[in-house]
Design a protein around this ligand. Structure first.
Ligand SMILES: Nc1nc2c(ncn2[C@@H]2O[C@H](COP(=O)(O)OP(=O)(O)OP(=O)(O)O)[C@@H](O)[C@H]2O)c(=O)[nH]1
Ligand SMILES: [Mg+2]
Length: 289
């Protein structure tokens, strides 16, 4: 039974969608019919939060349509869009994150691309010029984020060097990860060394959020692969591409924020998105700020 016919416009008046729904549906049902927002530049999902407005007043998502007393059956609504605000907390209040679910993210990629440096930048906002200690054992750092007003704890795992030789260890590394961040070096002669093998392992684990970083952007003059080629390689394999510098921090928080918002907006399903944060820190690099 159709009780209402909604015409949803942007604030500038462009018609986005028309939806017919019964009076027992909710405002959330209208929102679920809206097309996904994608960037007009590169067609990447934009993770915009949507709100609906009727005659200047915001509608609450849980409200049932017939309780809103629309005077007509054809209702014009305006759609507001807003990006989630992601902020990395440098001096996180540990109490705020107690009981938080932890989201497990995996850094991976060819040797010396900058995985450990990206991890250090995300967790401690610093860079270590000579930082090349081939990691022994698997290692994570905690990153404390606020996504809008919600605390989100990230467990950012660094794939240790040398694992590329051991298929089983590599496969185990990706287990129960909600997202992967694949780091390549844009100044490398062979930035995609073994990457297709990695992509297959990631597919085997059905990880839905996939981001590729073309790292070392501060060395632009030494670049060996163009932005377009790297982006093409990434999108063909289902990865969102960013260029970053772990050294000066360019785009690192943005890429991490994108990955986290993408995970949070995935529909609930069997994919292993989150696990209890009550994982005990292991090793000296697990910092609780
Ligand atoms: N200029 C510059 N150097 C970087 C950047 N990121 C990492 N490096 C350097 O690149 C080298 C390798 O960085 P790591 O972070 O150790 O790379 P990795 O991928 O963890 O290396 P493995 O664990 O050995 O596979 C180090 O000398 C870093 O200082 C960056 O954004 N810019
Ligand atoms: Mg490393």
């Amino acid at each position: 039974m159709t009780d209402y016919h909604f015409q949803i416009h942007t604030l500038s008046g462009e018609l986005v969608r028309e939806v017919s729904l019964p009076g027992t549906a909710t405002v959330r049902d209208i929102l679920s019919h809206l097309p996904e927002a994608r960037s007009p530049v590169d067609d990447v999902p934009r993770h915009l939060k949507r709100k609906l407005m009727y005659e200047g007043r915001l509608l609450v998502e849980g409200d049932v349509l017939q309780s809103l007393d629309f005077p007509k059956k054809v209702v014009e609504l305006q759609m507001l869009q807003q990006s989630p605000q992601v902020e990395i907390l440098r001096h996180g209040d540990a109490a705020l994150f107690q009981g938080c679910k932890g989201i497990h993210l995996a850094l991976c990629g060819p040797p010396r691309g900058g995985k450990s440096s990206i991890q250090l930048r995300c967790a401690e906002d610093r860079f270590n010029e000579g930082y090349w200690i081939p990691a022994i054992g698997i290692d994570f750092k905690k990153v404390y984020l606020m996504v809008d007003d919600v605390p989100v704890l990230i467990l950012l795992w660094d794939e240790p060097s040398g694992k590329e030789r051991f298929r089983l260890l590599r496969q185990a590394f990706f287990r129960k990860k909600a997202a992967v961040i694949l780091v390549i070096d844009i100044t490398s002669d062979d930035p995609f060394w073994q990457v297709d093998h990695l992509v297959r392992l990631i597919e085997d684990e059905s990880i839905r959020t996939k981001v590729m970083l073309g790292n070392k952007l501060d060395l632009e003059s030494e670049r060996r692969i163009s932005y377009e080629d790297a982006r093409h390689f990434a999108t063909e394999r289902g990865f969102h591409y960013f260029e970053t510098s772990a050294k000066d921090g360019t785009n690192v928080a943005e890429a991490l924020g994108f990955a986290v918002v993408d995970v949070l907006q995935q529909p609930a399903g069997p994919a292993p998105a989150v696990a209890e944060a009550a994982v005990e820190p292991r090793g000296p690099s697990c910092t609780i700020q």
